[in-house]
Design a binder for this molecule. Structure first.
Ligand code: CA2
Length: 146
């Protein structure tokens, strides 16, 4: 069994998770979510790279890195979901499974959150289940990437 790698990339303000707006985003911190993802992958042949940035260019660099270093990508682009052609272009260059993951359900919120550039490049979208969405995304990858 060769080791495979799942990249989990998180966009702007998600470093504040658990500290503000728990009614929308829940009480788990990003570190809590990372721990649960690590626990889920224990005993599998998948390793985890889990990162967060507030900077669009940094996220583009990491997506480009995922082209050669990752076997699957889970991405919560946060507000860049709704604005970033740069993230979309970077994602289009990947040939690995891409899952877009949101804590809240953007379609049940303001209309400016209803459009996602990232969805155009994603194989699937998980939204509205809070922190558990990241675990669901990992389960989807485990069932599809052999
Ligand atoms: O529901 C999601 O996961 C979002 O990607 C979160 C983004 C939002 O812009 C998207 O429409 C949906 C916002 C992330 C902000 O995170 C915070 C966490 C705690 C406190 C304040 C902001």
């Amino acid at each position: 069994m060769s080791q495979k790698t799942i990249y989990v990339l998180n966009g702007p303000n998600l470093n504040l998770l658990g500290m503000r707006e728990p009614e929308i985003y829940g009480r788990d911190t990003l570190a809590d979510i990372e721990s649960r993802c690590v626990a889920l992958l224990e005993g599998t042949d998948f390793g985890l790279v889990f990162r967060q940035s507030n900077h669009e260019g940094q996220l583009v660099d990491w997506i480009q890195e995922a082209r050669t270093e990752a076997d699957a990508l889970i991405l919560n682009p946060a507000a860049y979901t709704h604005t970033s052609v740069a993230l979309y272009d970077a994602l289009k260059a990947l040939s690995i499974p891409i899952i877009e993951c949101h804590l809240s359900n953007p379609h049940a919120r303001e209309t400016f959150r209803h459009h996602s550039y990232v969805s155009l490049a994603a194989n699937g979208v998980i939204a509205g289940f809070g922190a558990i969405g990241y675990e669901l995304a990992i389960r989807a990858i485990l069932s599809q990437v052999k």
